[in-house]
Design a protein around this ligand. Structure first.
Ligand SMILES: Nc1nc2c(ncn2[C@@H]2O[C@H](COP(=O)(O)OP(=O)(O)OP(=O)(O)O)[C@@H](O)[C@H]2O)c(=O)[nH]1
Length: 421
């Protein structure tokens, strides 16, 4: 949310700077072979052959030993020889820098201007989304918004928090909605036998609640028809007031965000997740952004491996692996996430075109759905604030994390604009 500067996040910058001045800006921790004396990681004792990651069929032992081979580079402006991260067996092909969507726009003309995006088209190879095809489900999951509530934020902006259930997991996924015109069809659908108070309690009302309000503002015609009422999004009519049904001039800004307890709650400087969440909310709240915004907050902690496994991955990172290698060493895919729920939630919120805040090409294609139910018309890059000289934080860990995302996961961020130490 247009969240205030976290004191702890700011403090990390100073501490880090003292500790890491000697490191090159693109420093990325290297792995050690699994049999390194300092390593706590052991190769599979029961196995006589090489250990392979089930998803990638990559020989993990081989990967670890390859990663210890140094590559050297001499900076033009530095006299010391420094080591680059290891070459990767996993790197997807880079998007050529000149293709649409591959640029990293990092200048905003005015503080309150809407963020600049670049057009993308996932249907063509040169469309700025790489060439990898994510695995998609044949059909989208069913989602239901069960409750929504107004949340005034500490910066004065208001948003509506929508809580969803679905038919593929039992987690509470969220949509954080900025702007009064974006409404959930499944929430607004009248439910059999409910009263006006019931509707207001679950958030299916127009405008604002106030003490003594007695009607939800949404037509109860279908409700009155009794038994035939359904929560299906397609059969509902609502009577939203004029300001809520105003036409959108352009697609809303959308961020598909995956849960990160460490980065969002525990002040971690290992990743930029907390900053990205704050920045997405700030951009969506800018006065110049009249098309509103949606943060789809998916409960796929640790790129889908869960918090416990992510913490193990952090220990492996402290032992020298990068973020991809750590996942593979734990026998997980580099990225275990899916985005079908996000697609279904966006459709429920009435969106078929979005401007997506991301650097991740996989996300663009995946959120569009198996039949391109949604179209990502623009990509708005999430450039770390410290790269733009606009605050944020720096740490050796986050720079290694971002560098690995660029080099191994095809993230569309221009490493050349990463500030040097
Ligand atoms: N396994 C693992 N997960 C991590 C690590 N650091 C952060 N994460 C998780 O990575 C996810 C961050 O994903 P997003 O914020 O959606 O970002 P992204 O897919 O990297 O792409 P962007 O849209 O460009 O930000 C969260 O689920 C974090 O918990 C790590 O070192 N290992």
């Amino acid at each position: 949310m247009p969240a205030p500067e976290s004191p702890t996040r700011s403090r990390a910058q100073g501490d880090w700077h003292q500790d890491t001045q000697h490191l090159p800006s693109f420093y990325s921790p290297r792995t050690r072979p699994l049999d390194h004396p300092d390593s706590q990681v052991t190769s599979n004792p029961d196995s006589t052959g090489p250990v392979r990651n089930p998803d990638t069929n990559i020989n993990i032992d081989h990967l670890a030993s390859l990663s210890s081979v140094p590559t050297t580079l001499r900076h033009d402006d530095a006299s010391s020889t420094v080591q680059l991260p290891p070459p990767s067996l996993l790197s997807p092909a880079f998007t050529p820098p000149a293709t649409p969507g591959s640029l990293t726009p990092n200048q905003h003309a005015k503080q309150d201007a809407t963020p600049r995006g670049v057009p993308v088209d996932s249907s063509i190879p040169s469309g700025g989304c790489g060439t990898k095809r994510p695995r998609l489900l044949d059909s989208l999951p069913n989602v239901q918004c069960v409750v929504r509530a107004r949340i005034p934020t500490v910066t004065g902006t208001e948003m509506f928090l929508h809580l969803y259930t679905n038919d593929i997991d039992n987690k509470e996924h969220l949509a954080i909605v900025f702007g009064p015109h974006i409404r959930s069809q499944s929430l607004d659908a009248p439910q059999p036998g409910e009263t006006e108070l019931d509707r207001m309690i679950r958030g299916a009302y127009t405008g604002r609640l106030y003490p003594g309000r007695t009607t939800s503002g949404i037509s109860s015609a279908q409700n009155d028809e009794g038994e035939n009422s359904s929560s299906s999004s397609t059969t509902t009519t609502t009577s939203a007031p004029a300001e809520e049904s105003q036409a959108q001039t352009e697609p809303p800004l959308v961020r598909i965000h995956s849960e990160c307890y460490t980065g969002e709650t525990a002040w971690s400087a290992r990743c930029d997740c907390g900053e990205q969440l704050d920045e997405a909310a700030r951009l969506m709240s800018l006065p110049g952004n009249t098309s509103g915004g949606i943060i789809i907050y998916l409960r796929q902690e640790g790129r889908g491996i869960g918090l416990g496994e992510k913490l193990k991955a952090y220990n492996l990172q402290d032992l020298g692996s990068d973020t991809v290698e750590a996942n593979l060493l734990l026998r997980h895919p580099a990225d275990a996430r899916s985005y079908g729920l996000a697609t279904a939630m966006l459709l429920d919120l009435g969106q078929t075109e979005v401007r997506l805040l991301t650097n991740n090409p996989d996300k663009i294609r995946a959120v569009e759905g198996p039949n391109r139910e949604i179209r990502v018309t623009e990509r708005v890059a999430m450039v770390p604030l410290s790269w733009k000289g606009k605050g944020g934080f720096r740490s050796r860990e986050v720079e290694g994390y971002l560098k690995t995302k660029i080099e191994k996961m095809g993230h569309m961020l221009d490493a050349a604009i990463m500030p040097r130490t």
